[in-house]
Structures are given as C-alpha cells and as structure tokens.
Design a protein around this ligand. Structure first.
Ligand SMILES: [Zn+2]
Length: 199
C-alpha cells in the first residue's frame, strides 16, 4: 500500500510543477487520472512522450515542427513575400486562428529583456536577418507583443532591417497596450493585421 502512496505522491509533485497548477489542483488531477480508464491515462502519458520525442523547432522559422520544416514553411501556397515576426509559437497559432494572414513567419523564441539578461543574441534574430538578406521578401510585419519589451524588440529588429529593400510594418494598435497576443481574440487580431502601419 505504501508503494501506491509513493507513486501518487510523486505524481502530485510532478503535476504541481506545471505553471498555474497549485498543490490542490495537482491533487485533483492526480485523483482524476487514477479514476479514468487505462486507455485515457496512457494516452496522456504517451502524448507527453510523443511531443518530447517528435517536436522540434523548424529549421527555417523556428515554429514547432515534426520534421525539418514546419507545416507553414512546407506549404507552397502561402504568400512567400510576407514574413510576420512573433515572439513565440503560440503567438503564431493565435494569428493563424484569426484566419487573415497567408504569409510566412519567423519566431524569435522570446523578446529582448535586459532585466532578465536576455539579449538579442539569445533570440533567432540573426537567422531572421539572414532570411531577409537572402531576398524575396517584400514586407516584414512586426507582431511582437505590445509591451515595453515587445516594442523594444521590434524597434531593435527594424533598425537591423532598415538597409534592406523590404517594407517594415507592425500590427495596428487595436490590441490594448500591454496585452499579450496569444490571449487577444481573433477578431481583434484580424483587424490589427488588416490595419497594420508602417514602422
Ligand atoms: Zn517553419
């Protein structure tokens, strides 16, 4: 019996490390998992293993991918002359759900945050500049979060890209300053894309 208790305790500890999951929620989840059929519980365990084993960053745009290139980079019907710069893969998903944008992306994997010692070299900015330098793009849309750090990152990148023959734009400010892209509803995101402004 003590063995079972150890396993349950261990699981509660693991679950309570997840963001937004306190001790009480972790207990609730653990007892839920104990109650569901084997197939359901194993499907959860297998899905955790599968994302860790199969998912990587796209070698072109750093979106999540299950092969060298993500679904968007592999899709030749996407508009190849537009590139939208976002902080995280989940921002890309939010923009995709707005259904308006048909171009390509570049995921920075973060933002410049001097107070957290995150400088530009820790992001994928170099490879963004390489992509633009290689030519073929007409517009770069900065879709970093409308926060002090997101705006600072967009400004830093736009300065690096000034000498290239591309139009620099940013999302319209329908998005409330300080709000986070991934939580913005798709109608607002769609408007923000449609009303984008020169940067
Ligand atoms: Zn990609």
């Amino acid at each position: 019996m003590s063995k079972v208790t150890d396993s349950v305790t261990h699981m509660i500890e693991q679950l309570s490390r997840l963001p937004g999951i306190g001790r009480k929620s972790a207990e609730r989840l653990a007892y839920h998992i104990l109650r569901v059929p084997d197939t359901e519980a194993f499907a959860l365990a297998d899905s955790i293993r599968a994302v860790r084993e199969n998912v990587r960053y796209c070698e072109v745009c750093y979106n999540l991918a299950e092969s060298e290139r993500c679904n968007i980079c592999s899709d030749s019907t996407r508009e190849q002359t537009q590139i939208c710069v976002v902080q995280q893969p989940r921002d890309l998903i939010a923009l995709e759900q707005s259904g308006t944008y048909r171009g390509l992306y570049h995921v920075l994997l973060g933002r410049i945050a001097p107070l957290e010692n995150i400088g530009p070299e820790k992001l994928t900015i170099d490879s963004l500049v390489d992509r633009i330098a290689a030519g073929g793009f007409k517009e770069v849309i900065m879709a970093t979060n409308p926060t002090v750090e997101g705006d600072g990152t967009a400004l830093y990148i736009s300065n690096l890209l000034r000498d290239y023959d591309v139009q620099l734009t940013r999302l319209a400010r329908g998005i409330t300053t300080g709000s986070i892209l991934e939580y913005t509803n798709k109608e607002i995101l769609s408007d923000a894309l449609a009303g984008r402004q020169p940067l």
